[in-house]
Design a protein around this ligand. Structure first.
Ligand code: HEC
Ligand code: HEC
Length: 250
């Protein structure tokens, strides 16, 4: 009994000490992920004993989506996959932080069934705007507690959706039917190549850029305002600028 108590005290002291050492409220963020995310992984409900996950690229999650229809093929599980579809308006709703429920296509093979995906705009926005600096540490937290120059978002519904993804309003936009034969395009937005083609000449290579941690909005503003002659980059799409902003996160 006594040894148990001693163990308890020792471990409590140890935890208190390590909390002090790692520091609460330190001013630099050191929990940078080993691998940066470029997509938000959304997982289906488990039905028929298995689930699937779908990756929504950050470049698709914008206030001005570039397509009318977004389709994603899920991961394989038990030998089959499914497709989910979002309309342009549903993508806008998701980007505004709303909740949305979509039902998948039939499986690519095997016994007929579908899955339900409950998408939370708040989680997707956290993945896109916060994860690459904080991993999962600041989920549910208010970006406004962070110094103003680092805050990635200015839309109130997005900020509150990150704080509480489940209490965000549900989307009321009509569903679209996924195409069970949908094949994902091979083309993926290549941030490092875009950066080296369009930015490195003036701002240094990607490993030593003078523009680390510049948000999509700041880059877009610099182009719109012709800062340093950057109006010449006006042909880059929002999706390309998002891909560049993602690789500039350090
Ligand atoms: C470019 C990197 C970067 C991004 C992106 C970023 N943060 Fe931060 N965040 C930091 C740094 C660095 C600090 C520590 C300095 C400070 O407090 O301002 C911090 C601090 C914070 C804090 C205060 C921590 C504390 O306990 O004092 C919160 C809360 C926070 N971030 C939330 C968020 C949320 C939510 C997002 C996404 C909307 C986000 N951050 C995006 C770098 C980032
Ligand atoms: C022709 C040279 C040139 C190219 C190409 C260029 N920039 Fe710039 N950029 C400048 C100059 C000059 C400034 C103003 C001085 C400064 O802030 O470095 C600037 C300013 C900026 C700013 C605003 C100031 C700040 O730091 O917030 C951002 C953001 C930025 N550039 C990012 C980029 C990105 C990303 C690319 C590639 C898509 C790019 N630039 C391509 C020359 C260029």
């Amino acid at each position: 009994m006594y040894t148990l108590l001693k163990l308890l005290i020792v471990s409590t002291v140890f935890f208190a000490l390590s909390a002090m050492l790692t520091g609460c409220g330190e001013k630099s963020e050191e929990n940078i992920p080993a691998e940066k995310l470029t997509a938000s992984a959304v997982i289906s409900e488990i039905s028929s004993g298995h689930g699937h996950n779908v990756e929504i690229p950050f470049t698709d999650i914008t206030p001005t989506p570039t397509a009318d229809l977004f389709q994603y093929r899920s991961s394989d599980n038990t030998g089959h996959s499914h497709v989910i579809a979002l309309s342009k308006q549903q993508m806008i709703d998701l980007n505004n932080g709303m909740r949305l429920t979509v039902i998948s296509s039939a499986p690519s093979s095997g016994a007929a069934h579908t899955h339900i995906w409950n998408l939370f705009g708040g989680n997707v926005l956290y993945d896109k705007n916060c994860y690459n600096c904080h991993t999962n540490d600041k989920r549910g937290q208010d970006q406004n507690r962070m110094q103003a120059t680092l805050r990635p978002l200015s839309v109130a519904s997005q900020i509150s959706a990150i704080i509480s993804p489940e209490s965000a309003p549900p989307s009321t936009t009509a569903d679209v039917t996924p195409d069970p034969a949908f094949t994902p395009p091979a083309f993926l937005m290549d941030g490092p190549t875009l950066y080296s083609n369009y930015c490195s000449g003036c701002h240094g290579s990607l490993t030593s850029s003078t523009k680390f941690n510049k948000s999509f909005a700041l880059i877009k503003d610099a182009i719109t305002n012709n800062t340093g002659g950057m109006a010449s980059l006006g042909a880059l799409t929002d999706a390309q600028l998002e891909a560049i902003a993602t690789v500039l996160i350090k």
